[in-house]
Design a protein around this ligand. Structure first.
Ligand code: TTP
Ligand code: MG
Length: 384
């Protein structure tokens, strides 16, 4: 099932908080700035101030020159922090899966939460209405099947906007946009891309990923995926990872089942070691395959018992892989594994099952050696 992700960003946040406290400011060019950390620059400008060319980061002296009648307010962070906390509390009523990116910006995974409202759009309207009612601030919401699409959409519909990109429409939406709209593309990257003859997101997506990587390194690979509307990042509060995953993109697309299986085994070892380091076990195991044409599929199963044992996770992943390969013969460019539905240690239970003890002890021995001599110190054979 396609995910449904909201990116919600409050409009002219610092200014809006000031306006909510002092409604006389509404409808006027207002600038918040002059906080001790960013002395002398604009932190937030009202939408009425923006047509004068005023934007965040601009020197206040310049802003005053551009718009002498603008009202300047000194930033008061305690107010913004309070408003931000209330904003986050409101969102928690709509979905448990939120990831704040700053005081006024958040990703919300609402997959499976929309039904009571009739549609994702109706849910977004309900959230916007609640924020407005309680904080007297307008919010803009982007809706998409992944983070990058949702984030670009919310930026495009500001202020007080709502823009939904339906599943399947991602590429058509992204193609005509300037590359600078992609999160992560700053002035420098934009300039490099321009030198390569690239100005739109669509053009970036059409380049070979190798070419982009050669010019921009690992960032280039990520930006290239975003440009194709491919972004598997999950919505999770920092430090609260809901899953552990690893993936590999191949230098050359492959149809070789043995090679895929061997890669999957390495990835399973890494994921399970991560799980053990975090004292977590996983109830769900999923594999991901991205084909040469960028079609991406995931296949997932739930284990009978949560596990952090490489052999258990690998044999499950291996079955998923073999089933998938049997159905479809198409060159693969990326393979990944994800362990999710994480639970705390369930070792005691597992110990009663003597069959579990051996691989577990072996895993721990391997972890120890790797911890001492580095991740490549030891590689086990396929049957471990
Ligand atoms: P933004 O969401 O980037 O800006 P904004 O909310 O003022 O306006 P928009 O409608 O375009 O979203 O940032 C949120 C707040 O963070 C902003 O109100 C003030 C603060 N901020 C700074 O202090 N310094 C900065 O350089 C930026 C960009 C923002
Ligand atoms: Mg904002």
């Amino acid at each position: 099932m396609a995910r449904c992700i909201f990116h919600i960003d409050l409009d002219a946040f610092f200014v809006s908080v000031e306006e909510a406290l002092n409604p006389e400011l509404k409808g006027k060019p207002v600038i918040v700035g002059g906080d001790p950390e960013h002395r002398g620059v604009v932190a937030s400008a009202s939408y009425e101030a923006r047509p004068f060319g005023i934007h965040a980061g601009m020197a206040l002296s310049k802003a005053r020159r551009l718009c002498p009648q603008a009202i300047l307010i000194r930033a008061d962070f305690s107010r913004y922090r309070d408003a931000s906390n209330r904003f986050m509390e409101i969102l928690a009523d709509f979905s448990p899966d939120s990831e704040p990116l700053g005081l006024d910006e958040v990703y919300l995974d609402v997959t499976g939460c929309t039904e009571p409202y009739g549609s994702a759009r109706q849910l977004a309207l309900a959230i916007k209405a609640r924020i407005y009612r309680e904080l007297n601030i307008t919010a803009s919401v982007g809706i998409g099947t992944c983070k990058v699409v949702a984030k670009i959409a919310s930026a495009l519909c500001k202020p007080d906007g709502l823009l939904e990109i339906a599943p399947g429409e991602e590429q058509a939406f992204l193609n005509p946009l300037p590359v600078a709209k992609l999160p992560g593309v700053g002035e420098k990257t934009e300039q490099i891309l321009k030198e390569m003859g690239i100005t739109t997101i669509g053009e970036l997506g059409l380049l070979s990923v190798e070419r982009v990587r050669r010019r921009l390194g690992a960032t280039g690979t990520v930006l290239h995926s975003y440009a194709r509307g491919v972004d598997d990042r999950e919505v999770a509060a920092p430090g609260e990872a809901k899953s552990v995953s690893q993936e590999r993109t191949f230098a050359r697309d492959t149809l070789d089942g043995n090679f895929l299986e061997a890669t999957l085994h390495n990835l399973c070892q890494e994921v399970c070691q991560d799980l053990r380091n975090q004292h977590k076990s996983a109830r769900c195991v999923a594999i991901k395959l991205r084909y040469a044409d960028f079609e991406t599929i995931t296949r997932q199963v739930t284990l009978q018992q949560a596990s952090d044992v490489t052999r258990v996770v690998f044999s499950t992943a291996q079955q998923l892989l073999n089933r998938t390969l049997a159905k479809q013969e198409k060159p693969v460019r990326l393979i990944g594994i994800r362990a999710s539905s994480l639970v705390g240690e369930e070792r005691q239970l597992a110990m009663f099952d003597s069959g579990m003890e051996k691989p577990e002890r072996l895993d721990r021995a391997i972890d120890k050696i790797r911890g001492k001599y580095g991740p490549t110190a030891i590689k086990t054979g396929g049957d471990v």
